[in-house]
Design a protein around this ligand. Structure first.
Ligand code: BGC
Length: 942
């Protein structure tokens, strides 16, 4: 109880005992005073912290991977809350123990403004543990907040020793079957077991995974809503496991569990060199269904050789590249329910859990159905061939709902583009067959969706439907699937094409974040190309909550790192390529980019060793380049005249290798400083500076001009973007960069590596106007050029298709390749000007860059502290700027002005106030120090 209340009660009691009339008046007065005091207390009461998450943004996870999590919360946006001065965090095994009997951890009052990434320091936690926590804070005036709501997490099975089950599946077929294209394949397997539960059930958890991909069913019902689990990790090192709360899917009495197994990434031809046609390892399932009875006892159903299996189920074939085939005649009604007749099923074989392969809970959200697209129109380019146009290139599967006839096979083909004659263009799928089949068992309407494949498409072609029926747009829906994260940012502007580009970038992200970051989602590739990933990572973080997604993929990268420190250029690594500059550097760049935008040091801690080892490899490889580094160059630079291979662009390979070596060392150096390794930092700095020295002296003359065979925009950009040259030299280089741009009529001539550097570099050197020009170019090569040719997502090449020239070389012609979407970073950080001055946006810079091509631009980004907004609009000669700064951060807002301009804040002439202070005013900008809140600034001509 508040001390003041106690005193009031005591005095009241005393006066009451005195029983004098006078005293009664006193009592009345005192109680009146107390009433007003309490009212005034209410008015300063502070709302509870909100949005409680653990580790990389998990909300109340089950089957959580991390026994040493971090805790994050947001301060409420209300009243006058500016910052946190202290917090108290309590963690317990039961919600009723919170706050004062917390048995796991009570942080006590910690005087700190840290509201994100607070390390757990309580008792060690074990597999299956349920953990409840809540938090309160003290604001800048030491007002206490209410307690937050209780958040929770439940750990999965953290180590192999928790697994008593065996891997199970049908024995390999004596003679493996081949697809028409000559690839071996494994037929999907159906596995089942019946079991009896004898008592009243309190809770049930299904721990499960597969070599291959699986769907589990309990008593005829699918478990969870995940797709293609467990996803793609380096299977020889780590297989992720899933945990499901299945309490409501089982009951006392007879039950049955079923598992469907398909090839997925583990056993399909994507697993290894795609050109190699030898059989892949067969699929296996592993599960433990742990049932806790109300009486406290536990019963576990394991995967073991008591299960039965068959290959004669309706899914005849399912492969990532090739599609799925379903024969409804083979449906097995009730196969995952108790009482099913197992006649014709065989016993499964069991294999022990290999201690070398870590079984760990999945550390980011699985792929799920995320959106449903309606067909925009249907066409019949040939009789009986019906094409559905979804108006948007997307990734996922079709949902079929249409009339069929027994005896006909429904064939479903996909394409990203149409040919001139209105038929599908599928050459660019290369050797991916990407076709689904449905064989009906009777006439009538069917509803069907493939389970174990995905396609990259805008168009769906149907043949074999009931041709007597009148085709309808509702027959096919596009189910958009990607790893289950939410949007983090939004950008829009007054320009329709720029908005289309933003949309294309987001669709590129949705289409290629399919459990791992892929280069493209449609052809016989769909792999984790590291170069594409590193250039797109910052843009992805600004658009979506992909922190956990990247952290997980970086774990795969650590596991795939070679003994000598080399980083494969595809992760998980299914190729034997050598490391490459600009690709393998994803190892140093992505952790740093994530750290800057989240402030989460654990991403640096986890990856520091890998970064250092990569630098060590690189340093040595650098000396014997050819043998240890695969040259990829400024991949797909347009109009390249490189005589060796035009795909590698014209920028000198040596220059790129030197630039990225220095850049990777620099990222590792900065990481060493953050993590507190001063000796490492000193060594890395010396090394970085020596490579910078080589760079400046080897590739430029004293006037800052390139001395390599080709003079390229990318080479100049690297020098400036990665700060590889002295200030004086940088000043000399800038005019050369500008010349290489002007001499091609302000067009870009950059590939995968150069393009992301254009905007930040030109902006940094005061050339934002030129960047706007390049961005708004309508002619080849440019972003808008692809849009003018009909792009609804990012293309692999600027001219993957053109109205005049048709399709590019089908060998490398993806219409969903996110790399050039890296420009999206500048929409947030340049045009809207939202930049983290300190990691995680603890200090924010809002410095918009209004270009003459735009009337307004709006951007918001949901940072770990809350929503940051920068919306600007031109008003006459002035500018209106709306800014939102979340609690517990600080901001510097830079407003562009012209001479003789006044500044208004919230419609009043600006004066320094408790929230905003002017710290600088020059001829062309005003700089303000801004505390959290929402503000409206206007500049007006005097
Ligand atoms: C991929 C690219 C990748 C490149 C490197 C291509 O096949 O699609 O995006 O980065 O190879 O060689």
């Amino acid at each position: 109880m508040n001390r003041f209340v106690k005193i009031v009660i005591r005095i009241t009691m005393f006066l009451y005992k005195m029983k004098s009339i006078n005293s009664l008046v006193h009592i009345l007065l005192l109680n009146l005073a107390f009433f007003f005091f309490s009212c005034s207390r209410i008015s300063v009461d502070v709302g509870p912290p909100i949005d409680l998450v653990v580790s990389e943004g998990f909300i109340n996870p089950i089957g959580f991977y991390n026994a040493e999590p971090t805790f994050s919360w947001k301060l409420p946006v209300a009243g006058n809350i500016k910052s946190q001065s202290a917090y108290r965090l309590v963690v317990a095994s039961k919600p009723e123990l919170l706050p004062n009997k917390a048995d796991f951890w009570d942080s006590g009052k910690v005087k700190s403004d840290q509201s994100v990434w607070v390390n757990y320091k309580g008792v060690p936690l074990d597999s299956r543990q349920k953990v409840y926590w809540k938090v309160m804070f003290w604001d800048q005036n030491n007002n206490t907040s209410e307690w937050s709501e209780v958040a929770r997490f439940e750990l999965g099975l953290l180590t192999n020793s928790e697994w008593n089950a065996e891997w199970i599946g049908l024995p390999s077929q004596k003679k493996l079957e081949k697809t028409k294209a000559g690839f071996y394949f494994h037929r999907p397997q159906y596995l089942r077991k019946e079991f009896r539960l004898t008592d009243e059930i309190e809770q049930a958890r299904l721990y499960i995974t597969a070599k291959g991909v699986f769907e589990a069913q309990l008593n005829g019902q699918k478990v969870g809503n995940d797709i293609m689990t467990p996803g793609w990790t380096p299977f020889k090192k780590r297989i992720e496991t899933l945990t499901y709360d299945v309490t409501n899917q089982i009951a006392t009495g007879d039950n049955a569990i079923g598992i469907i197994l398909a090839e997925g990434w583990h056993s399909g031809r994507i697993a290894y060199e795609r050109s190699h046609r030898e059989p892949k390892p067969i699929m296996r399932a592993l599960c433990q269904l742990e049932v806790k009875y109300v009486n406290g006892s536990i019963e576990t159903i394991y995967s073991d050789d008591s299960w039965q299996g068959t290959r004669n189920g309706p899914i005849r074939f399912a492969g990532i590249y090739d599609g799925e085939e379903y024969d409804a005649n083979l449906e097995m009604q009730g196969w995952s329910k108790p009482g099913f007749d197992e006649n014709g099923w065989e016993s499964v074989v069991q294999e022990v859990v290999n201690p070398e392969v870590n079984l760990v809970p999945k550390r980011h959200a699985p792929v799920r159905d995320k959106m449903e697209l309606e067909a925009q129109k249907i066409t019949l380019p040939e009789p009986d061939k019906l094409i559905f146009d979804f108006g948007q290139n997307m990734v996922g599967v079709p949902m079929i709902n249409l009339p069929v006839r027994k005896g006909q096979v429904l064939k479903i083909r996909f394409a990203e583009m149409l040919q001139q004659n209105g038929k599908l263009y599928t050459d660019n799928y290369r050797e991916a067959r990407s076709t689904d089949y449905y064989i009906p068992k009777e006439n009538g309407f069917i509803t069907w969706k493939p389970k174990f494949t995905f396609h990259g498409f805008r168009y769906v072609e149907l043949t074999g439907f009931d041709s007597d029926a009148i085709p309808d747009r509702s027959w096919v829906k596009g189910i958009v699937q990607y790893s289950d994260f939410e949007d983090a940012g939004e950008f829009s502007s007054s320009d329709e094409k720029l908005n289309r580009l933003q949309s294309n970038i987001k669709w590129g992200l949705r289409g290629n974040f399919f459990d791992i970051p892929t280069d493209c989602p449609q052809r016989d590739e769909r792999m984790g190309w590291t170069g594409d990933a590193q250039v797109f990572a910052p843009t992805s973080i600004l658009n979506c909550n992909v922190h956990a997604f990247w952290a997980s993929w970086l774990q795969s990268m650590r596991e795939e790192q070679l003994a000598d420190g080399g980083i494969p250029i595809v992760i998980p690594s299914n190729r034997s390529y050598k490391p490459s500059a600009g690709w393998s550097d994803a190892a140093t760049i992505i952790p740093w980019e994530i750290y800057m935008r989240t402030g989460d040091k654990s991403i640096l801690e986890e990856n520091y060793r890998m970064m250092k080892d990569w630098v060590t490899y690189y340093k040595l490889a650098f000396k014997s380049r050819e043998e240890k580094l695969k040259p990829l160059g400024d991949w797909l630079q347009p109009l390249s005249k490189n005589p060796v291979d035009d795909k590698m662009g014209e920028t000198s390979i040596e220059l790129i290798e030197t630039a990225y070596l220095a850049h990777s060392i620099n990222m590792t150096y900065k990481t060493a400083k953050v993590l507190g390794y001063p000796a490492d930092a000193t060594n890395l700095k010396v090394l970085r500076d020596s490579v910078r020295h080589v760079f400046e002296n080897e590739f430029f003359d004293i006037n800052g001009r390139l001395v390599t065979d080709f003079e390229t925009q990318t080479a100049y950009l690297m020098a400036l973007a990665f700060e590889l040259v002295s200030k004086e030299m940088a000043e000399k280089i800038v005019p050369h960069l500008l010349r290489t741009i002007h001499q091609v009529d302000d067009h870009l001539r950059t590939g995968f590596l150069g393009t992301p550097l254009l905007a930040p570099t030109l902006d940094k050197f005061g050339q934002a106007d030129l960047m706007y020009k390049i961005l708004f170019k309508e002619t080849y090569p440019s972003w808008f050029y692809s849009i003018n040719q009909g792009a609804t997502t990012m293309w692999e090449r600027w001219n993957s298709y053109s109205h005049t020239e048709g399709f590019g070389d089908a060998g490398m012609n993806s219409f969903n390749h996110y790399a050039y979407g890296a420009i999206g970073q500048w929409f947030y950080e340049g045009i809207a000007g939202i930049i983290p001055l300190e990691p995680g946006y603890k200090r924010i810079l809002i410095a918009p860059t209004p270009g003459k091509q735009l009337v307004f631009a709006n951007a918001e980004y949901n940072s770990v502290y809350g929503k940051i907004e920068s919306n600007w609009k031109k008003r006459g000669l002035g500018l209106e700027l709306e800014v939102t700064i979340p609690p517990n951060t600080k901001a510097e807002v830079v407003i562009p002005v012209k001479q003789r301009m006044n500044l208004l804040m919230d419609e009043e002439e600006f004066e320094d106030n408790s929230n905003v202070r002017m710290i600088d005013k020059s001829a062309n900008k005003i700089t303000l120090d801004v505390l959290p809140g929402k503000y409206n600034f206007k500049t007006l001509q005097r």
